[in-house]
Design a protein around this ligand. Structure first.
Ligand SMILES: NC(=O)c1ccc[n+]([C@@H]2O[C@H](COP(=O)([O-])OP(=O)(O)OC[C@H]3O[C@@H](n4cnc5c(N)ncnc54)[C@H](O)[C@@H]3O)[C@@H](O)[C@H]2O)c1
Length: 273
């Protein structure tokens, strides 16, 4: 029997697609364009039946996000949010509450550090660059989780995006590695606080993907070549694979998984030399 084909009185039929996320609502932070990791995960969530809201950082990105997310129709909420602004965050979740009632999923796929902090020595990181990187890339997860939790009345799944530079030194990643370490530790503390409310909090640690943010890291194309040569699977990941892991972590299949960092990096993280 073919996968996905049912039989009724001996007659084969293709049943309506049962999505793993049917009936769930989610909000996605971090779509800038079609290459964004957030877009890959959002598409996978939508394919599995989730109803989604999208935020964009500012007017500069409004058109991109409206064009991409607009494909989902009027069921979708598209609204601006600068994650460094508490008033934006409060407004966004009020809008989500009004439109969706409850919320099940949240994707935090947001990071920033000034370009000059992602080249040269970490030693020279300025106070301003350090604070800004942590504000946008780590604290924002805490702020978003706090506002999302009251809407997650039926439990939920919160996912952040991290990178290996959180646990090992990766040349040029600098202050972003330190911010990712903070993001991962925040994930564990949030998982502990929110666990009793059946809200799970996890990170996906992705191998390098050619996106707008990645191109800000000096030597990024060398990183892609290095992963292809050194990772056990001898290739770089494809964004759809992040989408698939995003669906898994959002689904009931991951009901007992919280506070974790899941590597989706073709195995690179296990290597010593
Ligand atoms: N691309 C990679 O190789 C890679 C690897 C591992 C982890 N990540 C992480 O994945 C996440 C998504 O990055 P991406 O690679 O898809 O790049 P991207 O540039 O497409 O996404 C980064 C997003 O962060 C948003 N952002 C930045 N400052 C913001 C602010 N103040 N308020 C609201 N939004 C803000 C941008 O608008 C953008 O949408 C980031 O956390 C990044 O560190 C990326």
């Amino acid at each position: 029997m073919g996968f996905g084909i049912g039989f009724h009185r001996g007659i084969p039929y293709a049943p309506a697609h049962m999505g793993l996320l049917d009936g769930k609502t989610g909000i996605v932070f971090g779509v800038a364009n079609k290459r964004s990791i957030a877009w890959a995960i959002a598409q996978s969530w939508a394919k599995e039946g989730a109803r989604l809201a999208f935020t964009y950082q500012g007017e500069r990105l409004q058109k991109n996000v409206e064009e991409l997310a607009g494909a989902f129709g009027s069921d979708t909420l598209i609204t601006p949010c600068d994650v460094t602004r508490d008033e934006d965050i409060t407004r966004v979740f009020a809008e989500v509450g009004q439109k969706f009632g409850t919320l099940n999923l949240l994707l935090h796929s947001v990071a920033f550090a000034p370009k000059e902090a992602l080249e040269g020595d970490f030693l020279n990181t300025t106070r301003d660059a350090y604070l800004l990187a942590h504000n946008v890339s780590a604290y924002s997860l805490v702020a978003l989780a706090r506002e999302a939790a009251p809407l997650m009345t039926d439990g939920g799944s919160i996912i952040g995006m991290s990178y290996y530079g959180a646990e090992k030194v990766v040349a040029h990643y600098n202050v972003m590695g330190v911010a990712k370490a903070s993001l991962e530790a925040s994930t564990r503390y949030l998982a502990y606080d929110l666990g009793p409310r059946k809200i799970r909090v996890n990170c996906i640690s992705a191998g390098p993907v050619n996106t707008l943010a990645a191109r800000g890291i000096s030597g990024f194309s060398e990183m892609l070549k290095h992963y292809e040569a050194k990772s056990p699977l001898k290739r770089n990941l494809i964004p759809e694979e992040l989408g698939a892991t995003g669906v898994f972590l959002a689904s009931d299949g991951a009901a007992a998984i919280t506070g974790q960092v899941i590597y989706v990096d073709c195995g690179y993280q296990i290597m010593g030399m």
